[in-house]
Design a protein around this ligand. Structure first.
Ligand code: SF4
Length: 352
């Protein structure tokens, strides 16, 4: 039996039923694919419904403010995905006359859309025969054919794409791709049960005892350490607790999300150095002095390429600081609930 037929028959029995499967609406498919990058399906499903409720069409998403989009995205991480998604919605409305691009190349031109996502949208929405290649597909296909090219490299992508291009079902590329993704995710798992696999008799990795050795992964760069010392300035105004926050700027993580005034260091500061640095920071930015900070316990926040060592220095003030940098805002506890925050700040506000 041909590869695609065998895969299809497995999919008929074991394929997942997901809200974005079996539909042709490119907006919904795109939304699901962007949300599911780096996100588990269960968590992604909630966000998918949340976004569709708030923005039922691409026009609604384009009309939203970036802050609304980031707020809805909060908790998913990799915030550039949300910013790119928002920029794409505006691109579709402003530059494409409101029509979703309907070719692989056109979809690939959208911000934040790579080859995998473009292939998924092209095949699911427009039945174009482009095979999807994600981590699960790499695992399955590298084992099936005994391929040891390090995955995640351009060479591997081209090799796997050429191979799958010969096998994709050109009448139903959507079904073929969905089956491929599910097979890699559900059957050819990191520690698979090969006795239940329909490809066991032809699997090179199984025959040669290399199931646990494939796929070969390219070595990862060590995450960079960064030390974030947050200054939490609070005071009472009537019944309200006021806190200073500002949106993060620059070409860095969490751009557009709100944070406390931040003192960043490329090395750990000991108690004395930190105390001095904070006092200088307060003097330079707010033109007054604080001698007493309440420090949180140190907190590690792991991102893919960075390890954030965070510490929060709380100062309860009798009144607002005499001067504040321009982009700084004063927020009540209620207002903080409606602004986008990095998960790290959100966790601090909830007691870490
Ligand atoms: S036999 Fe095992 S390793 Fe090979 S494709 Fe099937 S599940 Fe994957």
């Amino acid at each position: 039996m041909a590869f695609s037929q065998k895969l299809d028959s497995w999919y008929t029995d074991f394929g997942r039923s997901l809200p974005w499967r079996g539909i042709r609406d490119p907006y919904r498919i795109w939304l699901s694919e962007i949300i599911l990058q780096q996100t588990r399906i269960e968590q992604g499903r909630d966000y998918y419904h949340r976004f569709l409720d708030a923005f039922p069409t691409v026009a609604d998403l384009a009309a939203a403010s970036e802050e609304q989009v980031l707020r809805l995205w909060q908790g998913l991480g990799y915030y550039s995905r949300a910013r790119n998604m928002h920029a794409c919605a505006r691109y579709i409305m402003d530059d494409c006359g409101g029509r979703f691009p309907d070719t692989y190349e056109g979809i690939l031109r959208m911000k934040g859309v790579g080859r995998y996502t473009a292939a998924a949208i092209a095949s699911f929405a427009f039945l174009l025969p482009h095979p999807v290649i994600d981590g699960n597909v790499y695992r399955f296909i590298s084992r099936l054919h005994g391929i040891d090219t390090p995955i995640g490299t351009d060479a591997a992508y081209r090799q796997f794409e050429a191979l799958l291009d010969k096998q994709i079902d050109r009448r139903r590329p959507d079904r073929f791709n969905a089956a491929l993704m599910d097979f890699g995710s559900l059957q050819c798992r990191p520690a698979p049960d090969c006795s239940a696999c329909p490809f066991a008799d032809e699997c090179v990795a199984l025959r040669t005892g290399r199931v646990a050795l494939l796929p070969v992964k390219a070595p990862k760069a060590k995450p960079k350490d960064r030390w974030f010392y947050y200054l939490v300035l609070r005071w009472q105004h009537g019944d309200d607790t006021c806190t200073l926050l500002h949106p993060r700027q620059g070409n860095d993580i969490w751009r557009g999300l709100y944070q406390f005034p931040l003192l960043e260091s490329d090395r750990e500061l000991d108690e004395l150095a930190l105390h001095e640095a904070l006092q200088r920071f307060v003097k330079d930015n707010f033109q007054f002095s604080i001698s007493n900070f309440q420090f949180s316990p140190p907190h590690l926040h792991q991102l893919t390429h960075r390890t954030i060592h965070a510490l929060f220095a709380l100062a309860e003030l009798a009144s607002p600081p005499p001067r504040m940098p321009e982009n700084m805002g004063v927020f009540s506890a209620e207002q903080i609930k409606n602004i986008p925050l990095p998960r790290l700040i959100d966790r601090y506000l909830h007691g870490l």
